[in-house]
Write a protein that binds this ligand. Structure first.
Ligand SMILES: [Zn+2]
Length: 432
């Protein structure tokens, strides 16, 4: 095992570099929305990686949602060529982070190091994963400059808002045509391989009524009461039915191993007045109500069934209520995706987890979607997983952190994956 020991020892030697890299990434506040500082984070990565022999391309996703002169959607793709022909291994990390929110006891963009953890927005999701992948790749190249194939590291925009200005755009440009293996270092935990994610179906439901004076509601028709009937029917029949649906997908946490639906928002009647308005509302029967639903579905379901199920709820209410009128419109959808356990990148990461952590890898599926969807559907590449340090439960939370030891361990796993995928067996020193 001398080969593995010297490579992992090299990564241990980069501990301070890994900490500084993570801190510097966190100190570039790439909040999305609106999409701040994408150019800055790309320039930062370019400076580091070009100095180490990567060729870097900065790509703006012109015309994608949110892209503007004020908030351009910049992405970076860094590539390092091996000495001979071979596979390309691509590490993709999103550079955007979500809003800070309340409840922090540390500076969200300070990158403070305390008790072996680095704190800040995006440490866990997923600048820690990005930093770990960079350290892994740099260590591998130093150790084996004569590897075959190529290694790419991308830092992409907008994952938190659908990935259209990031991975989707790059996939449309053909970036994944010559890539064979993709690892997305999202915070799924250093001993887990995330094979994919559930599907998403977002829709809006509208109910209609008739406006009238609020003192004589019988002269109008209350759209909010109609929506209340929809909610009631969902409670009676839909939610219990969803809870009964189970899946062979190894989704974690367990609560997400069945179908779920969130009611994202509900609006009806007069809109909220301006904050400085001091008057009373007027007396009106609401003629319009709108609900946005967020349905997450399983490999065993399909989008048409999911939509039919909601329509059946609305039709049942329509059959029971006079003058019930509704509209149902899809807003956004994503199909479920899941790599095979036999896919080369999966077996390689599983082996490396065994070597580094001395335990068997756990296979999981994410309850929520991430950029794997675009690599699968647009990039046509199934050999893609999420694997990276950090605890998913900390993502988007106050006092988000990533553990330094976890980053080092996952960097070792990623480096051994490169040994497995990009070195000929005779280049690897056999076990002593
Ligand atoms: Zn993420």
């Amino acid at each position: 095992m001398t080969e593995h020991l010297s490579l992992t020892g090299r990564i241990d030697g980069k501990r301070d570099d890994l900490i500084a890299l993570t801190q510097e990434l966190v100190r570039i506040p790439t909040l999305n929305p609106p999409g701040d500082n994408y150019r800055e984070v790309c320039e930062y990565l370019r400076a580091r990686l070009e100095a180490r022999g990567f060729s870097c391309e900065l790509i703006r996703a012109h015309g994608t949602p949110g892209d503007s002169e004020k908030y351009p959607r910049w992405n970076i793709v860094a590539r390092y060529e091996g000495k001979r022909a071979g596979d390309c291994v691509h590490f993709n990390s999103h550079t955007d982070v979500v809003e800070v929110g309340a409840g922090w006891t540390t500076d969200p963009f300070g990158g403070e190091l305390k008790d072996g953890k680095i704190y800040g927005r995006g440490t866990c999701d997923m600048k820690g994963g990005l930093a770990a992948s960079i350290i892994a790749v740099e260590a591998f190249i130093e150790q084996h400059p004569d590897f075959a194939g190529a290694i790419e590291i991308s830092g992409t925009a907008d994952e938190e808002t659908g990935g259209y200005g990031g991975v989707a755009y790059l996939a449309e440009q053909g970036l994944y045509k010559n890539v064979q293996h993709v690892i997305i270092p999202e915070p799924l935990q250093k001993d887990r391989i995330c094979l994919g994610h559930r599907g998403v179906w977002w829709a809006e439901i509208e109910t209609h009524g008739e406006i009238a004076h609020g003192s004589m509601p019988f002269l109008g028709d209350c759209a909010v009461r109609h929506m209340g009937a929809v909610l009631h029917e969902m409670e009676e029949s839909l939610f219990p039915a969803l809870a009964q649906k189970t899946t062979s997908m190894p989704v974690v946490p367990l609560g997400a191993r069945s179908s779920t639906m969130n009611i994202n928002s509900l609006h009806g009647g007069q809109s909220e007045p301006e904050a400085d308005f001091t008057g009373l509302p007027s007396a009106c029967v609401p003629d319009y109500a709108k609900m946005i639903i967020d349905r997450r579905y399983l490999m065993e379901e399909n989008k048409a069934e999911v939509e039919d199920e909601i329509r059946a709820v609305l039709e049942k209410v329509a059959g029971a209520r006079e003058n019930f009128r509704y509209e149902l419109n899809e807003i956004w959808s994503v199909e479920p995706t899941m790599a095979s356990k036999d896919a080369p990148v999966v077996t390689s990461v599983a082996k490396a987890i065994g070597d580094v952590l001395g335990k068997e890898a756990e296979y999981v599926v994410s309850p929520g979607t991430y950029d794997q969807k675009h690599i699968d559907r647009i990039g046509k590449l199934k050999n893609c997983i999420a694997y990276g340090p950090g605890l998913l439960e900390l993502a988007h939370k106050p006092d988000e952190y990533v553990g330094v030891d976890d980053m080092l361990d996952s960097a070792k796993v990623m480096a051994l994956v490169l040994v497995d995928l990009l070195l000929d067996p005779e280049q690897v020193t056999p076990a002593q």
